[in-house]
Design a protein around this ligand. Structure first.
Ligand code: G6P
Length: 479
């Protein structure tokens, strides 16, 4: 067992909650990342003398731990080869597509796996170094599934939680992974394994029973060494009050008006905001919109689709292919259906600050969220949080985790283009009474279950897991 550090709460995630920025005079600095996770964890980190371990992105080496805005951050470095094999390779070209319904074909390469093991080992060693005696360590997401067990081997005194932000696939798909057993055993190092939805946690428990041979009962797994592991759903959320406050601000209101003006004040603004990812169904939704214009159901004089696609994982082949496809499709739709000063699709390939997002959410009439598979989809929740007037329609894929909570959206199957077309039309023609009824109910859900409630409930359940089940169970069978 390595000697303890001083942090009572340690967050371990592939990314640090800050991004690299260069000041006007050329000196490098840091800026808080826009994600909601930081907002949620910041108060708990401060209250617990917490530390966040993660990669700041890029190849920069020799980074020392530092304090930013009162948070203790420990940057992990990655070599060019690790970025290629661990991050772009195993994390984003093997696990990402495999866990998202095999929407793209996952690639299996042994040298990617070796790099995944090596990087996970380094993250685990760092967590073991900084965590105090009996500390709580919360490990995040698919990039670090081996960390829980690696950490427990070094520091059995710790309370370890793991949360998966993306879907956990059914056994039939997970089975493809040559290293399926190692991943399951890595996760079982945690006391509590959290998922977005109950389906994911049930998939996990079933796989543990079948593949590792441990005894399970409902959401509990009994390990032969006497430990209990709990698997449970904790649907993640957003800083709803923060988004609403931003949306209500005068500057965002003005900006929203300017956006509509710049679009030529059409009757209906459809909006899509996504990371440029093949799981998001961007092509399908644009095709559906294009067909509605072609069929004469919509007219470019009074309808426009604003699509924002944030650049992501640009060196991974599938992402490059998708970018080219979207470029081509948008060109096609606008070339065939647009008029002078009236493109059918207004397409932006860039990331935007939170204020711009809030202005777009306010400017939209119909928010269109159509992933083929998505752990949660926080964009849908952000849109709802920003519609404080209880107006605006949401068209939402039933394959997004958010569909479990946002039942009053127009729910669609993104593989069914005709169904999607009908929903887009219906949503854009809905009576304001109908819109208000739906939005009011969705807002109640999002405001009540915000990201702070999510973090609290995970940490509460983690603290409550009984370390020992006291049952006599046989050692795990080899699958
Ligand atoms: C998803 C994942 C996160 C990831 C984020 C951005 O939300 O669940 O773990 O950080 O995408 O992707 P990136 O590869 O840029 O970190």
């Amino acid at each position: 067992m390595s000697s303890p550090g001083s942090a009572d709460l340690v967050i371990v995630a592939n990314r640090l909650p800050v991004d690299r920025v260069t000041d006007d005079d050329g000196t490098p600095g840091w800026r808080t990342s826009p994600g909601g996770l930081v907002t949620a964890l910041e108060p708990v980190l401060r209250a617990n003398d917490g530390t966040w371990i993660g990669w700041p992105g890029g190849e920069e080496q020799d980074l020392e731990p530092f304090e930013f805005d009162g948070l203790d951050l420990v940057p992990m470095t990655m070599s060019a080869e690790e970025i290629e094999n661990f991050y772009e390779g195993f994390s984003n070209a093997t696990l990402w597509p495999l866990y998202h319904d095999v929407v793209a074909k996952p690639e299996f390469h042994r040298e990617w796996w070796d790099s995944y093991v090596a990087v996970n080992r380094r993250f685990a060693a760092k967590a073991a170094e900084v965590a105090s005696e009996g500390a709580t360590v919360w490990v995040h997401d698919y990039q670090l599934q081996l960390v829980p067990q690696m950490l427990r081997d070094q520091r059995p005194d710790l309370r370890i939680g793991f949360y998966l932000h993306i879907p956990f696939p059914p056994a039939e798909l997970f089975q493809q992974l040559p290293w399926r057993r190692q991943i399951l055993e890595g996760l079982l190092g945690a006391d509590l394994v959290g998922f977005q939805l109950t389906g994911g946690s049930q998939n996990f428990v079933r796989l543990v029973r079948q593949r590792v041979g441990h005894k399970t009962h409902r959401d509990l797994i009994y390990l032969p060494d006497g430990r209990t592991v709990r698997a449970k759903a904790f649907p993640i959320s957003i800083d709803a009050a923060g988004f609403e406050e931003l949306a209500r601000s005068e500057s965002v209101g003005t900006r929203a008006g300017e956006i509509r003006e710049a679009l030529g004040n059409p009757r209906t603004v459809f909006l899509g905001i996504d990371r440029l990812d093949y799981t998001k169904g961007i092509i399908a939704r644009l095709r559906a919109f294009g067909e509605l214009i072609e069929d004469g159901h919509l007219d470019v004089e009074d309808a426009v689709f604003v699509q924002v696609a944030t650049p992501s994982r640009e060196r991974v082949e599938q992402y490059r292919i998708l970018r080219d496809e979207i470029d081509r499709l948008v060109g096609h739709i606008n070339g065939d259906l647009g008029k002078i000063g009236r493109p059918a699709v207004s397409y932006l390939h860039a990331s935007h600050p939170r204020e711009d997002m809030a202005a777009l959410y306010r400017a939209a009439d119909v928010m269109v969220v159509t992933p083929y598979r998505d752990g949660m989809n926080l964009v849908a929740k952000e849109y709802v949080a920003c519609r404080f007037d209880n107006d605006g329609a949401l068209v939402l894929s039933e394959f997004a985790g958010a569909a479990d909570e946002l039942r009053q959206a127009w729910l669609i199957n993104p593989y069914d283009i005709n169904g999607m077309k009908s929903a887009l039309l219906e949503a854009s023609r809905a009576q304001s009474r109908d819109l208000t009824r739906r939005m009011r109910a969705m807002r109640r859900t999002v405001i009540q279950h915000d990201v702070a409630a999510w973090a609290d409930s995970f940490l509460e359940d983690l603290a409550a897991v009984r370390p020992s089940h006291g049952k006599a169970v046989r050692p795990a069978k080899r699958a």
